[in-house]
Design a protein around this ligand. Structure first.
Ligand SMILES: CC(C)(COP(=O)(O)OP(=O)(O)OC[C@H]1O[C@@H](n2cnc3c(N)ncnc32)[C@H](O)[C@@H]1OP(=O)(O)O)[C@@H](O)C(=O)NCCC(=O)NCCS
Length: 219
């Protein structure tokens, strides 16, 4: 069993511990956060230590690390910790759910988090520090660059190139063979049919509120 320290003490850290413990070769030894954010000695019944001094108790020669941070600041917060952990000498590990269909022969980069029910088709390439939350379709020959967060039930069609630091919201659809430029934010339910420009934001029309209450309509 490889020993692991998880960076983070929030929902994603709690979930990462769950997934790594039940569905990987790793055992989680501790959590770490920046000193300024640490309010307790323990998290989820494990030691919670300062990231600044984590190497003293959990040396990189014996422990690997996983950065369990969300998409805050368009993934910049996670990327910053990713870089800092590597500079401390840690090997960053990836989790791929045993319940996803991983059909590409290309392994993912490091610090990836690939949850259940993803379909990753042949010839797909996934970079470092990419999260595929549950249930996405990543079409054949697609490329996802570093530090992206793909939420849930996103369709990335074949031959799409997703640049680094993108966020794709739930139920987004990306048509085949286009390029999603770095730092694009695709809102929930958006349908993107052409190349995007860096840092652009896509939102679909909101579903309208019907002018009558549910007790006043026939279904
Ligand atoms: C794109 C997104 C980030 C925008 O979120 P937001 O900043 O909270 O934006 P809001 O919905 O509050 O809308 C901001 C403004 O844009 C307007 N707006 C929103 N959608 C619009 C649309 N389709 N057309 C025109 N205006 C729109 C809103 O009316 C609002 O205007 P106001 O400031 O005058 O009130 C959000 O809609 C989204 O899709 N988030 C991703 C959710 C998701 O997938 N989560 C999964 C996490 S795992």
């Amino acid at each position: 069993m490889a020993k692991l320290v998880i960076f983070g003490a929030g929902d994603i850290a709690r979930l990462a511990r769950f997934y790594f413990t039940r569905d990987s070769e790793h055992s989680v030894a501790a959590f770490a956060v920046d000193r300024a954010f640490r309010q307790t000695e323990r998290f989820e019944d494990l030691p919670l230590v300062d990231f600044e001094t984590v190497t003293e108790q959990y040396p990189p020669a014996e422990y690997s690390m996983f950065i369990a941070v969300s998409y805050a600041n368009m993934n910049r917060v996670r990327a910053e910790k990713y870089t800092e952990a590597k500079a401390k000498g840690y090997r960053l590990v990836s989790y791929i759910s045993s319940r996803c269909s991983w059909l590409t022969e290309q392994p993912p980069g490091d610090n990836c988090f690939v949850l259940e029910d993803n379909t990753v088709q042949p010839f797909v390439k996934i970079g470092n520090d990419v999260t595929l939350w549950s249930g996405n379709h990543i079409g054949h020959d697609a490329v996802i660059d570093d530090h992206c967060f793909i939420s849930s039930h996103v369709v990335i069609s074949g031959r799409v190139h997703v640049g680094e630091y993108c966020f794709l919201g739930v139920n987004a659809t990306i048509r085949n063979a286009i390029t999603i430029a770095p730092e694009t934010l695709v809102g929930a339910g958006a349908i993107v049919m052409a190349d995007t420009t860096p840092k652009s934001v896509y939102v679909p029309d909101r579903t309208a509120v019907f002018p009558r209450t549910s007790d006043k309509v026939k279904i």
